[in-house]
Design a protein around this ligand. Structure first.
Ligand code: CMP
Length: 138
């Protein structure tokens, strides 16, 4: 089934100029990019986006990191997009990520881990709406 997911290229990867490499990998993997924006998240934006992690000990640090510099947010479309994008990203912790995954190649640490992807259809709908509300996805 054709599906959509939200992807974020995080501040660590933008700062280190990995945006082009990551987008090339996205297209090579067969995704259509339905929407894309480069933007700076405020601390409040990051807290809203990651509200599900509010009780976690890393919440403050994560939201500071995510608002520390620009990000690139994308809507990716493909059959089984959520699972396919998570497989391409690799494990959250780059030390545990498989060879050939984006996080193995580009991530610095479990927090500064280069990319984000939605984890379920309901999350994808929420996350796409968070950044692209009212935007027609062509
Ligand atoms: P992401 O896929 O965006 O989802 C939640 C984020 O929290 C995750 O990537 C990491 O950036 C961060 N994260 C998850 N676990 C930890 C942890 N143990 N310590 C610090 N940051 C974490």
């Amino acid at each position: 089934m054709v599906e959509r997911t939200l992807a974020i290229i995080k501040p660590d990867a933008v700062e280190r100029r990995h945006v082009g490499s990551i987008i090339s990998r996205i297209e090579a993997a067969g995704f259509q990019i339905r929407a894309m924006r480069r933007m700076a998240l405020s601390k409040q934006d990051a807290e809203g986006f990651y509200a599900v992690h509010k009780a976690r000990p890393f919440f403050g640090s994560l939201t500071s990191f995510m608002s520390s510099g620009p990000v690139v947010v994308l809507v990716l479309e493909a059959p089984d997009a959520i699972r396919t994008w998570r497989t391409l990203m690799g494990a959250t912790d780059p030390a545990k990520a498989d060879a050939g995954t984006l996080r193995k190649e580009f991530a610095e640490s479990i927090e500064r881990n280069a990319t984000h992807g939605s984890d379920a259809p309901e999350t994808a709908a929420y996350e796409i709406g968070y950044f692209f509300a009212g935007v027609e996805l062509s």
